[in-house]
Ligand binder design. Structure first.
Ligand SMILES: [Zn+2]
Ligand SMILES: [Zn+2]
Length: 272
């Protein structure tokens, strides 16, 4: 894309997210540098040693602003985990990707909520239970963190080492239980890394939705007109028949007409 061609971009990440981001940025013509020396943990950690004060989106923006001014474009990401609003036992993973355009002081963004995550926390009282926990979360591909209140053991790959640490914690703890949790940092959590990669693909497609007037990337959806006809009963459905897109830069507006007909399975008349 002309907008990005041969321009420099920095990816602010300490946790190897470039694996699922860098090739896609390169496909836009950007020259990618990984800024892994910037300490993004200062803006908060999953384990709470440093509490995260801002929303995930605001945090991703703040990460971008930590990059040196010499980078005209900066990319960062932030994720969070919470219970599903309807199914309390299901933990969902919300991910943001943000691309900062320094010259225009504009933040391009993508967001997605994933039902797939291995997020788990437990108080464990015995070695067998701990081994079951490791199996369930997908160790050794997925990492684990042991301890609480800022006193954590992380970044150990060997199962026998973990058993040893667990045993030590148990003998030193008067509560007779140890707090364990999944490591949600992308570099230690392939499930989360895959989610970020999936979001990156959607981000790429939205960036390529360019303004026909000034060629700025990522038109913004401002209005949806319902009423797409059903392919079977021909009645108007609740699906969009037209979408209004607006350019954040020059404010040019484009109506997109949906030409295909709606699937009867999604029609409120055929499939109430
Ligand atoms: Zn425009
Ligand atoms: Zn119908």
């Amino acid at each position: 894309m002309k907008y990005f061609n041969q321009k420099l971009i920095g990816i602010v990440t300490k946790h190897s997210k470039e694996f699922v981001i860098k090739p896609h940025l390169e496909s836009l013509g950007l020259k990618v540098h990984v800024l892994n020396e910037i300490d993004t943990d200062l803006l908060g950690t999953f384990t709470g040693e440093i509490p995260r004060e801002l929303s995930a989106f605001e945090n991703a923006k703040s990460k971008c602003l930590l990059a040196p001014n010499s980078f005209p474009f900066v990319m960062a990401s932030e994720g969070s985990f919470q219970s599903h609003p309807l199914f309390e036992d299901l933990m969902v993973n919300e991910e943001y990707l943000v691309l900062y355009d320094r010259e225009n002081h504009h933040f391009f963004r993508a967001r997605k909520v994933f039902a797939k995550s291995n997020f788990k926390q437990a108080k464990i009282t015995g070695i067998n239970e701990f081994e079951d926990f490791l199996t369930e979360i997908g160790f050794p591909h997925h990492g684990v963190i042991l301890g609480e209140d800022g006193d954590f053991v992380k970044d150990i790959q060997s199962k026998s080492k973990w058993i040893e640490f667990f045993h030590n914690e148990m003998t030193n703890s008067d509560k007779q239980q140890v707090f364990v949790q999944t490591d949600m940092r992308a570099c230690n959590n392939p499930t989360r890394m895959k989610n970020i990669g999936e979001l990156m693909l959607e981000f790429l497609a939205s960036l390529k939705n360019q303004c026909p007037s000034c060629e700025a990337p990522q038109l913004e959806l401002v209005k949806v007109q319902e009423g797409l006809s059903c392919s079977w009963c021909q009645l108007p459905t609740k699906s969009a028949q037209a979408k209004l897109w607006k350019c954040w830069k020059c404010h040019h507006e484009v109506w997109e007409e949906i030409t295909e007909l709606e699937n009867p399975g999604l029609c409120q008349w055929c499939n109430p």
